[in-house]
Design a protein around this ligand. Structure first.
Ligand code: GGG
Length: 327
């Protein structure tokens, strides 16, 4: 591994403060020349300093080779969205996979959501027109839609997989219509086959037959919701990593949030963050190191200690110790 790979670590709030340090311990144990700088973001720093995203955090993320992020709570819109923008990400990649040994509603699930990461209703262009009357502006552009579609088709081609585009263009004719037209144009340019699915029906089909899907290209908010739904097929959000990619820099984070119901108890499942770190290592070109982390996590999921979300009684520290042993 090349020298001085600088990782910005932003634990955020809630269980982000438990699973992120656990993951840094695993990265440290790889004995690779990674260096870590920790930065604050989220609800706690907002209370202390009046801003959820201090300037030095954005500068640190900007300067780092990659960022490992934990979780954001009430201030998510002021933290995750600007950080994703800071790394220039336009695609949020969320693999959803059933792991051997983990109870899953749908054990054959193995798919990846590629979520548009910059626009749509998720951009939060909202206002109150008058008391009790609110509005949200949804911007969907051909450029951003084609850009994420190109990414999804490239991603699928590398894996010999098929793209399904999720949309609701029969109702959201202009905005989802634009997204769908842009994805179709990319598919046409490439001569690539793809499937199209109305996102409400897709939600049902994902539950019934997830094996029908490989790479699901989604508008921003739909990608957030459908990936959480799919987490329920494989054992929960404690297992879903994500990569915010597309730019010169990238940010990796578990799909889950701060989990206030268990925060502080030391029982959060660190697997999603560790698997996010594996994606980060691969993105950095350190495929062997990434594979070591993923294999160790999968081995622990198969027959090691389990946190309560997976039906066990182990703590975050127990799972981390087991991953370290199997690295
Ligand atoms: N680790 C990601 C996190 O904090 N998730 C909570 C959340 O609100 N996520 C929304 C999103 O991923 O856009």
């Amino acid at each position: 591994m090349s020298d001085d790979v600088e990782i910005a670590v932003v634990p955020g709030d809630g269980i982000g403060r438990e699973v992120t340090p656990a993951t840094v311990r695993v990265l440290d144990a790889l004995d690779a020349p990674l260096s870590f700088s920790e930065y604050e973001a989220g609800d706690a720093v907002a209370d202390e300093r009046g801003t959820p995203l201090p300037e030095e955090t954005v500068e640190g993320v900007d300067a780092a080779d990659a960022t490992l992020f934990g979780a954001a709570g009430e201030t998510a819109a002021d933290v995750i969205l600007p950080l994703r923008e800071a790394v220039g990400s336009f695609a949020n990649v969320r693999p959803v996979k059933a792991y051997p040994g983990v109870d899953a509603l749908q054990p054959e699930t193995d798919l990846v959501f590629v979520r548009e990461n910059t626009e749509g209703v998720y951009a939060g262009i909202e206002s109150e027109l008058a008391p009790g009357v609110t509005t949200c502006t949804r911007v969907v552009t051909d450029d951003a839609s084609r850009r994420v579609a190109e990414f999804a088709f490239d991603y699928a081609a590398e894996r010999d997989a098929r793209v399904t585009v999720a949309h609701k263009a029969n109702v959201m004719r202009v905005t989802d219509g634009q997204f769908l037209d842009s994805v179709r144009a990319v598919a046409d340019d490439r001569g690539a086959a793809h499937d199209e699915a109305l996102m409400d029906a897709l939600a049902m089909h994902l539950v019934q037959r997830p094996a029908d899907y490989d790479v699901v290209c989604c508008p921003n908010l739909a990608g957030d919701m459908l990936s959480d739904l799919a987490a329920g097929l494989v054992g929960g959000l404690g297992l879903l990593p994500s990569a915010n990619v597309g730019g010169a820099n990238a940010l990796f984070e578990p799909v889950h949030g701060t989990a206030p119901d268990i925060a502080g108890e030391g029982v959060a499942n660190p697997a999603a963050t560790m698997l996010s770190a594996a994606l980060m290592l691969e993105w950095l070109g350190e495929t062997d190191a990434g594979e070591r982390v993923r294999t160790a996590v999968e081995s622990v999921l198969a027959d090691g200690p389990r946190t309560p979300d997976l039906g066990g009684e182990a703590t975050t520290a127990d799972v981390t110790a087991a991953v370290l042993e199997r690295l």
